[in-house]
Design a protein. Sequence first.
Length: 468
Amino acid sequence: MPRLTVALFLAAAAAAGAEPTAAKKQPTKQPAKQTSAAPPPKPAAQPKEAPKKRWGKKETEEPPKWYEAIPQFAQIILAVLAAEFLYCSFIGGRSWLPKSKGCHVIITGGSEGLGKALAHKLVARGHFVSLVARTRSKLDAAVLEINEASKSKKCVGVVGDVTSSSSIESALQAAARAQKLPADAVICNAGSAQPKLFLETEGDTFKRQMDLNYMGVVRTVRAALPGLLERDSGALVLVSSGLALTGYAGYAAYAPTKWAVRGLAEVLRSELAATRVSVHLALPPGMATPGFDKENAEKPRVTRAIEAGEPTHPPESVAAALLSSLQRGHYACACGDFGLGLLVRAGSGLAPRTTFWRDLVLLPFIAVVGAVYRRMWDYAVRKDASQEDAVEEEYPVLNEALKSTEATFNDALKSADETLKRLTSDEAPAPAPGMMERFLGKKEAPKEPGLLDSIIGDAAPAPAPAKK
């Protein structure tokens, strides 16, 4: 017991000595009086929600903006396309002509069709136009029509042949003298088409088509380009065709010439990039012209089947679209045709693109459309071949007779065309005396009596009086 008492005493003393030290380090907290816990406040009564509508807009929520539903990357693409569209439609690049009025434009093949329509538009805008063509009668008629429509004398006609270097050089010089102005722009528009299948096309036809459609452009550019480079100003417009972007049955001799014109335009544009002479490529669609009507009469059946449903544009609308593209500095001009515009985007290759971002977006769609069209054309060819085989098997004699008649008709038509060209050319011989009177049914003037008539006049019997 004494030991337990001593141990308890020592423990109590140690505890009493340790309490002041702990109090200095951390003051003791007075324990709070224990009170009864207050109940938590009741939440405010929430207003009852209106029953949700099963359709229609919510009255409490604002409708989202239309552009918020479009992803951000799509918004950027649309903004770029809109900016490009506004720039290309209203601003564009450098115009093809140095002035808005008073420029001198030379157009080859300008007596009819697209050339004459371009001349109408240019003269109406205050420019001077010189038309170059082979036939004097057609040329004079076109010049008279244009000057009467514009009530001016800003259009002149010069006879020239693009198949002759000396002739086209003389024509360009004569045009500069007649207008008293050097050429500010030259539109190489002369050309024609002879649609036939490859094996049905004569060898000379290939040569004539290349000589007129391609070499004619080469000769015209060689005659006009030195003057443009000397003045370091002007434009060259090479008129090709939509068949320079694709090809199908019936244009074995024509389409390669237009592909060649397209290649020449790209080469010239590259060579003249360091100058202020611009080069443009026109790719017009089918137009309602006298030349186009003649082509339709000669087209093979399969070609007509492929082109069935294709629109035929008036040359006035094509000319307006072409001048609008040239005014905005476009290189390749589709001349207002939507389908041809898609072809230009699909087949431009490394040529300058006016609407690069638009082309980038549309190329997948164009590839699908192009594949569909190609299959349609191939189907038309196979269908025509099957029909021809059936006719040959069932009516062999009739088929041979039709072929012979068609060949005879084509020869007669070709002979008549050549005769008409000779009669309407400047080198045509003068008509014999009295030939036109006899042809038109007019009476010739009575001849004066000659020496023989005076000798035998008395011996000749008097003519019987005419009965009334």
